[in-house]
Design a binder for this molecule. Structure first.
Ligand code: NAD
Ligand code: LMR
Ligand code: MG
Length: 439
């Protein structure tokens, strides 16, 4: 099956006679549209109105679907075609609400002034109490400069806001954490570090998101050293954790040892370099990588990896191939070797569709929608916040990866992100590791 990123709701009116819905769905199918939900909005004596969600590969196909329905005639009419995803974003995805009810004057005086002044004094005398008497200990800043928003590139922080709001929604849903998007008007490492240092006190942790390479490396390293709270660049380490989990699951299913496998990484930016570092630290001896930028290849070599000259060579040489380039369709089916594991993780479109890779002979294949850092970052931060840890360490990340792999059903690569167990298990594993580190 091909990627269907164009999702529209078509409102169709048909005469209230048997067989008309069948005509509409057949027309949609013949034009290549894939039908999702069908909801009946109105059944009248003369006409019936239904919402039909249709998934298309592109705008051209959507146009064909609309045309096919219109051509049916005989009283069948399209009332509207709407973009549900855009509509769902009206007003944004997040909203800060009060945890306290304010109904009486007494409530007001407790929540606000004068009662609050006493809480301020308590914190002034013992700053560590802010963790109990404010939301700071449960709030994570989601910081971006907009330079690598998904695989869309440097589209700026404002255009990246829907992604940041999405991460905040996931923090809330899967870990009960408040995520606050912060949009930076600079990418200069000195300025970014200074800005984050000036605002960090309001947060229990810092999630760096969609900050491009190479400046993301310096920014994360310096913030980790200079801030007393956990800092993690999601695209680097969140991705590396979930990728390691997926590959561990693939190796378990195939009965092979990951440490003996030859692993190849296409794209050595934020995600790619962190994946290589994670795999090498986990014990993979032959870690190959390719990138169109010589500096990226040099960075891989500095960490002990093996730069290769071309994607073709990497595909030829490696048992497990991971791609994070942001370039859709970069891996051609004829490059796939029989039995390979292919994780084409770029969003919103992968380097090769999993179905295509499997058809070309891959033993396992997945894209960035399923092997996604949503399986990692909520639980990782829940774990460190619970433990009161000041940093996120490599053993915590490995513990998170193993927790994800252990929640995965046999034959699958990763668990379903809506399975609450996976986020709980990741949090527990990270908290346990953090607590051991303290002893
Ligand atoms: N599935 C996930 O959870 C997940 C997580 C993080 C990133 N990603 C995806 O990975 C992609 C990259 O993200 P990033 O943050 O690492 O970006 P980045 O800009 O830091 O890195 C991209 C790298 O790919 C290289 N590249 C681009 N085109 C190439 C080509 N034709 N051949 C070889 N190398 C090429 C670039 O030189 C760069 O080093 C994005 O599409 C993003 O959505 C997915
Ligand atoms: O946002 C995602 O879906 C995953 C990842 O952080 C990405 O940048 O692609
Ligand atoms: Mg990202």
């Amino acid at each position: 099956m091909s990627i269907r990123n164009v999702v529209r709701t078509i409102i169709v009116e048909t005469p209230s006679k048997p067989g008309n819905l069948g005509k509409v769905t057949t027309a949609i199918g013949k034009a290549g549209g894939d039908i999702g939900d069908i909801t009946t909005i109105k059944i009248g004596p003369l006409s019936t109105v239904r919402d039909i969600t249709v998934h298309c590969e592109n705008d051209d196909q959507l146009h064909q679907v609309v045309l096919a329905i219109k051509e049916l005639g005989n009283g069948i009419r399209i009332l509207s075609v709407s973009d549900d995803v855009l509509r769902a974003h009206e007003g944004g995805k997040i909203h800060m609400t009060s945890r306290m009810d304010i109904r009486s004057l007494a409530d007001l005086r407790r929540v606000y002034t004068p009662g609050v002044a006493n809480v301020c004094r308590v914190i002034q005398e013992e700053p560590e109490k802010a963790r109990y008497y404010t939301s700071i200990g449960n709030t994570v800043a989601i910081i971006t400069d907009g330079t690598a928003i998904l695989g869309l590139g440097n589209i700026g922080p404002m255009a990246g806001m829907p992604v940041m709001e999405g991460k905040a929604a996931l923090f809330d849903r899967f870990a009960g954490i408040s995520g606050i998007p912060i949009l930076l008007g600079t990418s200069d490492p000195d300025e970014v570090v200074r800005t984050v240092k000036n605002i960090y006190q309001g947060f229990g942790g810092i999630l760096l998101e969609d900050i491009g390479s190479p400046h993301c490396f310096e920014i994360e390293e310096r913030l980790k050293q200079e801030l007393p709270i956990p800092v993690m660049h999601d695209d680097q380490h969140g991705t590396a954790v979930v990728t390691l989990a997926a590959v561990i699951s693939a190796c378990r299913s195939a009965g092979v040892s990951l440490k003996d496998a030859v692993v190849g990484q296409i794209g050595l930016g934020a995600a790619g370099l962190a994946i290589c570092r994670m795999f090498m630290a986990y014990g993979v001896e032959e870690m190959c990588g390719v990138d169109r930028q010589p500096d990226a290849l040099n960075r891989l070599a500095d960490y002990g990896g093996t730069p290769v000259d071309s994607i073709e060579e990497l595909m030829e040489r490696c048992d497990i191939v991971i791609a994070t380039t942001g370039v859709p369709g970069l891996i051609k089916p004829e490059m796939v070797r029989s039995g390979q594991v292919i994780l084409a993780l770029s969003n919103p479109k992968p380097e090769i569709e999993p179905e295509e890779a499997l058809k070309a002979g891959a033993a396992f294949a997945a894209d960035g929608r399923s092997v996604n850092n949503v399986l990692g970052f909520p639980g990782i931060f829940r774990g460190v916040l619970n433990a009161g840890a000041k940093e996120i360490t490599h053993p915590m990340l490995v513990a998170a990866a193993l927790a994800i792999a252990n929640c995965t059903n046999p034959g699958e690569l990763v668990p379903h992100p809506l399975d609450p167990k996976v986020h709980e298990e990741v949090a527990l594993a990270v908290e346990r590791e953090a607590s051991q580190g303290k002893e």
